[in-house]
Design a protein. Structure first.
Length: 262
């Protein structure tokens, strides 16, 4: 399942650059399939709340993502993971995020609270499989515009890619898994891509991956965002040590522009 999480993180990208539009609408729902070769090994759902949430007097959206194993893979290693956040509707900065992970005999429940008055993140975590009391942890926010995974995905869909040229570097400051990250990715222009929802012109992005024992090669992960009003995360390709895996959008509804695709 760590494969599913890592590929989903391939969608988690953002930039300290100009914003072109706000393509996200309330009630949006996206369905994804994770595959390896001919086999479907997982499925995911991305949902945005029907109504806005008010935090510190600001309008926010609530985002919930679920991922689970599918097919024969689920027989050997059952995974049922959930992620979510409440983020500012305009800046996508997080106020609250959570992870509820169940992977085989391992589990984790984690809640992160972002306090912009004290500039700290409070993280509370627990585990059923390891019920010992875990201390509350605090992390100082030292940079402006630090995003979480959900806010990063929202920002990525709003970047003004048309102002970029091929080879430009996009940067992001983020907090995830009790760590702050400096992400960089390279913009590779527009190309027409065959996806599960049709042949669509897309913005192509390649993150700069730190060396690890999971991904293979310098350009291990590539993802595509639709070059239209909806900026849908359409496809992620990951070259991994055991082969190539894909995360692909299979259906969507309640998008900002156009009709549903089921």
């Amino acid at each position: 399942m760590k494969t599913f999480t890592l590929i989903l993180l391939g969608l988690f990208t953002s930039a300290q650059t100009m914003v072109d539009s706000r393509p996200v609408s309330n009630g949006e729902e996206l369905q994804f399939k994770l595959s390896y070769g001919w086999f479907t090994i997982g499925r995911g759902t991305f949902k945005i709340s029907d109504e806005n949430v008010i935090k510190d007097g600001k309008e926010c959206i609530e985002i919930n993502v679920a991922g689970r194993t599918a097919g024969l893979v689920g027989v050997f290693s059952k995974v049922d993971d959930k992620w979510g956040a409440v983020v500012d509707k305009n800046t996508f900065m997080p106020y609250y995020s959570y992870r509820d992970l169940s992977e085989g005999d391992q589990d984790l429940k984690e809640k992160s609270y972002f306090d912009y008055d004290s500039m700290r993140v409070r993280v509370e975590s627990s585990s059923i499989s390891k019920p010992t009391t875990r201390p509350i942890k605090y992390f100082d926010i030292e940079k402006d515009n630090v995003l979480d995974m959900m806010g990063g995905l929202m920002y990525a869909r709003s970047v003004d890619f048309k102002s970029l040229e091929k080879g430009d570097t996009i940067r992001l400051d983020a907090f995830f898994d009790e760590k702050f990250y400096d992400f960089e990715m390279i913009y590779h222009g527009i190309e027409k891509v065959k996806t599960k929802v049709g042949k669509i012109y897309c913005f192509k992005i390649v993150p700069i991956m730190q060396k690890n024992n999971v991904f293979k090669g310098d350009n291990a992960v590539t993802f595509w965002i639709s070059a239209d009003a909806n900026r849908l995360p359409l496809k992620v390709k990951a070259n991994m040590n055991f082969g190539t895996a894909y995360c692909e959008l299979t259906s969507y509804k309640n998008v900002k522009s156009g009709i549903d695709s089921q």
